[in-house]
Design a protein around this ligand. Structure first.
Ligand code: NAP
Length: 192
């Protein structure tokens, strides 16, 4: 059975972890505070551990942490994610309230969070995925709501692996380029 380490205990991490379980993966969910998920842990939903343990456990990694904390957590799990595909669900949403209904990003116009994360761990294979989809529609949404999901990253086999996951989760996907294309995909998430 394929193992997935889902880094993130928010609604996205828990939703995707449950989705992977449903599709037959063995799941470990990583958090900075394993005690807070004692209810979740006691259900049928995989195991809960530290970010580092979950990263070492997974053959495939899902990064679903708060954008402002992503670089710190990726540094923490550097060893565990090296050589693995990392589905990067994060968005660079700045702290603070949305102004006039528009959420501010902490990245500039010629930057993306995923490129920064890829630079931190050059031998991990980051693929941007799921970041433009509301958590309620992340796992096998009704066909009418299953958008074509744009993905990007520098590694062909990792993008192939991401596409296979997305097919299982009910999405068609489109490879829009290398890691720099995350600038566009992350911008699109503002509309979420
Ligand atoms: N919500 C959506 O529908 C949606 C859709 C697409 C993409 N996204 C993106 O997916 C990511 C996860 O979103 P979310 O809504 O599930 O929850 P979130 O609140 O953005 O993230 C929760 C996770 O981030 C960690 N975290 C938060 N602040 C931290 C800090 N200062 N230091 C260390 N860790 C910290 C938490 O750690 P602990 O486990 O220790 O609490 C938890 O694992 C975000 O980047 C978001 O932009 C969200």
């Amino acid at each position: 059975m394929k193992k997935v380490g889902v880094l993130g205990s928010g609604v996205v991490g828990r939703t995707l972890a449950e989705g992977f379980e449903k599709h037959g993966y063995e799941v470990m969910l990583g958090t900075g505070n394993p005690n807070k998920l004692s209810d979740w842990q006691s259900g049928t939903n995989g195991k809960v551990a530290s970010f580092e343990r979950a990263a070492s456990f997974g053959d495939l990694i899902v990064l679903a942490v708060k954008g402002t904390a992503a670089a710190k957590i990726v540094e923490q799990v550097k060893v565990g994610i090296s050589g693995k595909t990392v589905l990067d669900v994060t968005n660079p949403i700045a702290d603070g309230v949305a102004k006039d209904g528009v959420q501010a990003l902490f990245t500039g116009p010629d930057e993306s969070l995923m490129e920064k994360l890829q630079e931190l761990v050059p031998d991990a294979f980051f693929v941007k995925a799921f970041n433009c989809v509301n958590n309620k529609l992340m796992v096998n949404p009704p066909k009418s709501k299953a958008v074509v999901m744009n993905i990007c990253g520098n590694d062909g086999p990792a993008k192939k692996e991401a596409k296979e996951v997305l097919t299982q989760f009910g999405f068609k996907s489109k490879d829009v380029g290398d890691a720099a294309a995350a600038r566009e995909i992350e911008l699109a998430a503002i509309a979420l």
